[in-house]
Design a binder for this molecule. Sequence first.
Ligand code: PHB
Length: 394
Amino acid sequence: MQKRRFTKSIVALGAMTLGLVLTPAVQAQQAPFKIGFILPMTGQSASTGRQIEAAARLYMAQNGTTVAGRKIEVIFKDDGGVADATRRTAQELVVNDKVDVLAGFGLTPLALATAPIATQSKTPMVVTAAATSIITEQSPYIVRTSFTLPQVTLGIAEWAAKNKIKKAMTMVADYGPGIDAERTFKDRFQLNGGTIVGEIRSPLRSPDFAPFLQRVSDTKPEALFVFLPSGQGAAFMKQFGERGLDKSGIRLIATGDVTDDDQLNDMGDVALGVVTSHHYSASHPSALNKKFVAAFEAANKGMRPNFMGVAGYDGMRVIYKALEATKGAGGGDALLAAMKGQLFESPRGQILIDGQSRDIVQDVYIRKVERVNGQLYNMEFDVQKAVKDPGKAK
Ligand code: PHB
């Protein structure tokens, strides 16, 4: 601290001798632009942290580390998926590190815990993971590049009704995004003439699905709709298969969180034929996505990008372009204004940061798990274009 102050006065003295006056704006532009990512790097949601960090680093490797004259500095912090740690870390990043942007947030409670800090400090908060509809309403400084559960659930509810499924059961993780998914599926499925014959909510923290799968097996619905957060899909699939449910005639349908690209390839035959709706598949057949997947896999051996990774990558894009738009000046309100309305091609397809809601508008794909060249992929076979979060209307 002492040393820094000393160095600063030397610089100021030098500038004065040269007859230059460093205005605060010029000084700020010379300082690095700091992005503080808070992510679960350990615990149940560790894959979310791993994916987003890898994708953010890839974005920087491809797009450089200087934007409008400012050096970009990223700080990655692990909150272990615990809201108190997220809140404390956000406070430290804002107060001590003086970050220009907060980013990440692997689970809904972690985003909710940070929203007041973003508001008080006027720091843009880019949510690259958490997906409960209400999150963006918790602070005017929140922008989201991930998705919302109502947005991605409508597609599979429509598909089920169109594919002669009349009786379905729902099973969701018992917290924000699960409740969003359950309500959306139920409303749309019933609207299309379907009947819900059972509803299960499984605890977020102890994913033992055995008692719930027993209920499914006893009820024998035509289809079981599932939402579980990224990281739990493989455990669920294993238990589904062990109980022989994949051969019981009960059709498994889900949001793409369950057939997560981070884990899908290790799920085995039990995942084959599972139909889901979601906004990103590593097999999305665009030229941009092929490039993204190849670069991601080359930089991270043995890892395939999933929907969390792509949201981290796009989050960096939104931040870079906002800083560019402010000509390197930054500032919470100016950055936020420049984040709103960004429209661009992402590896997932075209996306828009809605100027009003600050939430993402994107295509949602209907996909089926298939084996392609020996690997399991979510193969897209239908699309709903430019879907807004329908949860906002409620
Ligand atoms: C969330 O907590 O908002 C969340 C986490 C992981 C997902 C979806 C939603 O896959």
